[in-house]
Design a protein around this ligand. Structure first.
Ligand code: GLV
Ligand code: MN
Ligand code: MN
Length: 424
């Protein structure tokens, strides 16, 4: 892909980008280097207000859709030209890091500011977008699924974070469930979606490479499994006589690890939560609600792993004389990125003299939602120690700037491809 010299010379303003990053990191700061900004909570909404102010201050058009997605729009192309979306999310996992999502939103905003200041015309219009609830403290990929028109009513009935938290969040943000379904965009209005993100693993640091060109995004499936026994007196009920729900749940957590390591070496499974009821020192647990999530890069393993884990949960429940209640909480399929976008990212990195490598990712991203309606691509930068979803999350600032420049240059390349009628 060849881009004209003027566009090739465009770079983000590293200092302005850094000032924004530091200011945003203060919102919901936990004092240990991390942030706590669960979707549609007070801190998240404050971060979105801050973003709106930055968009307006940059002289860009500000837009919020009925799923709460916040955007800056730069009309740098013909009136009816499709939008090239750049973005990520400002929500965080509970007690998460400063980089996950925030970096991509700010890099997208920075890219629009640079193109705006350069006064160049492209064959597309640009939009920097902050998607609602990427992390799944409510539903997961909520805003991007709504925008892509693939949000399922079932996902709202049994959300990962529970109904009450979802209802409270929507009310706090002035959103409605009906509105979520009205945020769907016409696919013809979208040219492509590109996202800068931290890798959240250790491949790039271990390889000493600056830029990751993402080839595919893991499928993610989640279930709530309830192991059901009988609450009883912890002192007077003999060990043989107990129907202890904790034993089934704990034994399943170990078994899930075994299932993956023995039969699905490229997959992962996580038991991220267990809630004991009634939950007291002196009562044999009558029920344990267990949060199970598993991920795979290909559909075959994804389906086989699902069957293997559910079978194993039944076996462990039976082994301890327990019942098992299974509630499916939704999934997104493994998603390859677009070849054109991969090329744009790799070419952009090469043009900037940055080392790059192709790699899949085990993390979920909004790009997954959009893959069915436009070409998607992702740029990764190294996570020191591979730490993420933790206050320890850290990426060297020069790598953040390199990633933002790759995003900008990849976007310019994608814009040209779309203009040449070659998107797909
Ligand atoms: C989101 O970051 C996820 O991978 O769960
Ligand atoms: Mn993220
Ligand atoms: Mn995340």
């Amino acid at each position: 892909m060849i881009v004209d010299d003027r566009l090739m010379g465009l770079r983000v303003d590293a200092e302005r980008f850094r000032r924004d990053f530091e200011a945003l990191s203060e919102i919901g700061a936990t004092g240990d280097g991390g942030v706590h900004r669960p979707a549609l909570g007070e801190a998240h909404l404050a971060a979105r207000e801050w973003l709106r102010d930055r968009i307006v201050a940059a002289g860009l058009e500000f837009r919020v859709d009925s799923a709460g997605n916040h955007s800056a729009v730069l009309r740098c192309g013909p009136q009816e030209a499709p939008r090239l979306l750049l973005g990520s999310h400002l929500d965080s996992v509970p007690h998460g890091g400063r980089y996950d999502g925030a970096l991509g939103v700010l890099a997208a905003l920075e890219a629009l500011r640079v193109v705006s200041a350069a006064g160049v015309s492209l064959s597309v219009n640009l939009e920097a977008i902050d998607f609602t609830d990427e992390e799944g403290t409510l539903v997961g990929l909520l805003g991007s699924a709504a925008l892509a028109g693939i949000l399922q009513e079932a996902a709202l009935r049994e959300p990962r974070g529970g109904r009450v938290v979802l209802e409270e969040g929507l009310a706090r943000a002035g959103l409605t469930e009906a509105g979520l379904f009205q945020a769907a965009r016409d696919p013809a209005s979208l040219a492509a979606y590109l996202e800068l993100h931290i890798e959240q693993g250790r491949r790039l640091v271990d390889a000493g490479v600056t830029i990751g060109v993402v080839t595919s995004i893991a499928g993610i499936n989640s279930y709530r499994l309830d192991f059901v026994g009988e609450p009883n007196h912890a002192g007077t009920t003999g060990m043989e006589d107990r129907r202890d729900a904790a034993l089934g749940a704990a034994s399943f957590a170990l078994a899930a690890r075994e299932v993956v390591m023995d039969g699905f070496p490229d997959c992962v499974a996580n038991v991220g939560d267990m809630r004991f009821a009634p939950g007291a020192f002196n009562i044999v647990p009558g029920r344990v609600e267990l949060a199970l999530e598993f991920r795979a890069q290909d559909r075959d393993s994804f389906e086989h792993l699902e069957r293997a884990l559910l079978r194993r949960a039944e076996e462990e429940a039976r082994r301890f004389g327990l019942g098992l209640e299974v509630e499916w909480l939704g999934k997104c399929e493994p998603t390859p990125t677009s070849i054109i976008a991969q090329r744009a990212v790799a070419d952009a990195a090469a043009s900037l003299g940055l080392s790059h490598v192709a790699l899949p990712t085990g993390a979920g991203h909004d790009a997954q939602s959009l893959a069915g309606i436009c070409p998607i691509g992702m740029v990764f930068v190294p996570s020191v120690d591979g730490a993420s979803h933790s206050p320890r999350e850290f990426t060297r600032w020069e790598d953040c700037v390199s990633g933002a420049n790759v995003l900008l240059q990849a976007a310019l390349r994608m814009a040209q491809q779309v203009g040449a009628g070659a998107a797909g």
